[in-house]
Design a protein. Structure first.
Length: 192
């Protein structure tokens, strides 16, 4: 006979048919840089490989999410992972969500965030009532004059260099009032 069926198993495994094949596929994604992970995220169609590369690499997750958000700005899955999942779920699940947020087709230009001008001191974050992970809120709160005026007593003298407001001018200006003060006596007459 031309094709003999004897000796061959119909349920044979790939490794039975090809004995020289390696069972373990060695991954090179163990110590990848954030740039290489983002390139892999944008070009690799195998999303399980991308998730494994994100999970095994020693990369700061918030920084990686920021780079992915700058590279793919209108991707809702990355924003969802950044807001809701980054500190609440296991790292492998977070990496899977990030990996499946893109289909892996295309050749994106990786956009890194701008470098910080100066590191914000911890004492200033404490005066503003912020944790270290909430450092992104600092500039928005520092722009608000009434908020800075409210926490001015907790700000150390050396930390005023990081604020755009001048201490002397800020504390001397009067806030605009929507209504007249209730405890002030009118100047025309006396109540007694």
């Amino acid at each position: 006979m031309l094709f003999e069926e004897e000796g061959h198993s119909t349920t044979g495994d790939w490794f039975d048919v090809c004995p020289n094949a390696d069972e373990l596929v060695l991954t090179d994604e163990v110590n990848m840089s954030p740039f290489d992970i983002c390139i892999l995220h944008g070009r690799e169609w195998d999303r399980v490989r991308v998730a494994e590369a994100m999970h095994t690499a020693s990369v700061n997750r918030p920084f990686l999410i920021t780079v992915l958000n700058n590279t793919f700005p209108n991707n809702d899955a990355i924003l969802f992972a950044a807001r809701e999942l980054v500190l609440k779920v296991p790292d492998s699940l977070l990496c899977s969500v990030l990996a499946f947020s893109h289909d892996g087709t295309g050749n994106p230009y990786i956009k890194f965030p701008n470098k910080k001008e100066k590191a914000i001191p911890r004492s200033l974050l404490k005066a503003f009532g912020l944790r270290g992970s909430e450092e992104g809120w600092f500039h928005r709160l520092a722009d608000n004059e009434s908020f800075v005026r409210m926490v001015a007593g907790n700000i150390k003298e050396k930390d005023w260099l990081f604020l755009i407001h001048d201490k002397a001018t800020l504390l001397k200006t009067n806030e605009e009032q929507n209504t007249a003060p209730q405890l002030q006596v009118p100047q025309e007459g006396r109540l007694w």
